[in-house]
Design a protein around this ligand. Structure first.
Ligand code: FAD
Length: 410
């Protein structure tokens, strides 16, 4: 039976594993983390996400995990509202929508739907990949070697498969000038409740602190700041020291969040980058998801593109006769790219001012941002914004880590 190696058990990797198993492939998923990775903020169930999950028979499970939310609010250090956008603002289809679930839950639902035809190898990754006459020979970190009919690099923006087969990350990375730390805070009796609101506090100097509802008894926290490079990923002490220096004078609940970051088991810190790879496949190796086309969390489209990409890749392989006949696999990879490329190109075109409005430089910029949020909901602007949300809905899933795609440049 045809055998595919999927590197990375994220949304893209596990969705593909699930769909290819259903098509009759034998699937091995190599995930570098010791277990399925948890954490992340909310993902909304519109456009491509809804469609792909529905077709996979997983939509109802996702809907059962919705996070009750009341809206987004921009606040000052004393938690006074500078602006707010309730869930109802655009018929429940605005910045924060009625139908959002945590990335953790979505990843778990997809992962648990995979059957016995999928073998997950946690704590595992590839060391080398080599084309052979019949497939791709992978040497794993554990020391084993195996030949596959197809290798899929679904290992995220810092992809090792891409590095092995397409060259170093610097060739493909476009930093957007911001970095973002995120983690889950477990509420204590003294923790201020959010009452269902996603709160953002901006501070001058391009800094933003966010807290949004998570699972009951938890809050999802984000810290955004200006940076193109970060301390090494394994150096947690240097990462915390950087955050503490950067956010020392920010106020609101920032000190509480900085302390909680050190306790969180899902703490992550990364730059907001885009990945631009001119061609996603070589021979029988193909990139999928953030490894191929990361549009950055600022796009609000990472999960939608991952789900859609997995569905398109599975469909292209099916159309080419796989897994029964894998001779046309390279052609199927080209067809997949042709189908998917227009979506990713469009997602990577962030509106002007997108990055600066996420974390304005000055107190004036913060005030203008709040005014813009209010103006967007005015009677005059509402029909236009509603149209823009509808237009961007095709494929949108993640709650953007910043304002809606309609935010004016400031
Ligand atoms: C834990 C987590 C939390 C996230 N939270 C957010 C969020 O809050 N907001 C947001 O906009 N985006 C977030 N993202 C990114 C978002 O999930 C992706 O943009 C989108 O879903 C596309 O997914 P992907 O599967 O292509 O990549 P990812 O979701 O990044 O998944 C890649 C997977 O590959 C694994 N991996 C990495 N390197 C290797 C390797 N060498 N060998 C084997 N496996 C490897 C990773 O551990 C991960 O499981 C998060 C990602 C993760 C993993």
């Amino acid at each position: 039976m045809a055998h595919v190696l999927v590197v990375g058990a994220g949304i893209a990797g596990d969705t593909l594993a699930l769909l290819m198993e259903r098509d009759g492939w034998t699937v091995t998923v190599a995930e570098i983390a010791p277990a399925l990775r948890t954490g992340g903020q909310t993902v909304d169930l519109r456009g491509d996400s809804r469609e792909v999950l529905e077709r996979a028979g997983l939509l109802q499970q996702a809907l059962d995990c919705l996070v009750p939310q009341r809206g987004a609010a921009w606040i000052d250090t004393r938690e006074r509202r500078l602006a707010e956008m309730p869930v109802e603002a655009f018929d429940g289809r605005g910045y924060v929508s009625r139908e959002e679930l945590l990335r953790t839950d979505l990843a778990r639902i997809i992962h648990e739907a995979t059957g016995p035809g999928v073998t997950h190898r946690f704590g595992e990754t590839v060391e080398t990949l080599q084309d052979t006459a019949t497939g791709v020979r992978a040497r794993f970190r554990s020391g084993t070697t195996q030949t596959f009919d197809l290798v899929v690099g679904a290992d995220g923006a810092h992809s090792r498969v891409r590095a092995l087969r397409f060259g170093p990350q610097e060739n493909y990375r476009k930093p957007l000038g911001l970095a973002h730390a995120w983690f889950t805070l477990t509420e204590r009796p003294a923790t201020p409740p959010l009452h269902g609101w996603f709160l953002t506090h901006n501070a001058p100097g391009r800094r933003a602190v966010e807290a949004r509802p998570g699972h009951p008894g938890q809050q999802e926290v984000g810290l955004t700041f200006a940076a193109d490079t970060l301390p090494p990923r394994h150096d947690r002490d240097a990462q915390f020291a950087l955050l503490e220096r950067t956010f020392a004078d920010v106020g609101w609940r920032t000190a509480e969040f900085l302390a909680a970051a050190r306790q969180a088991d899902d703490f992550a810190l990364d730059t907001f980058d885009q990945i631009h790879v001119p061609c996603w496949s070589t021979g029988r190796t193909v990139l999928l998801g953030d490894s191929a086309w990361c549009a950055s969390p600022l796009s609000g489209l990472g999960t939608a593109l991952a789900l859609r990409g997995a569905a398109e890749l599975a469909a292209a392989l099916r159309a080419a006769g796989a897994p029964g006949d894998t001779a046309r696999t390279p052609a199927a990879l080209t067809a997949f790219e042709q189908a998917m490329r227009p979506r990713t190109t469009s997602a990577q075109q962030l509106p002007p001012g997108r990055v600066t409005s996420m974390a304005p430089k000055s107190a004036l910029g913060i005030r203008i941002n709040a005014l813009a949020m209010r103006a967007l909901q005015s009677k005059a602007a509402r029909p236009l914004v509603r149209k823009a949300f509808a237009g961007s809905e095709h494929g949108r899933t993640d709650t953007p880590a910043t304002e809606p795609r309609t935010t004016p440049a400031i």
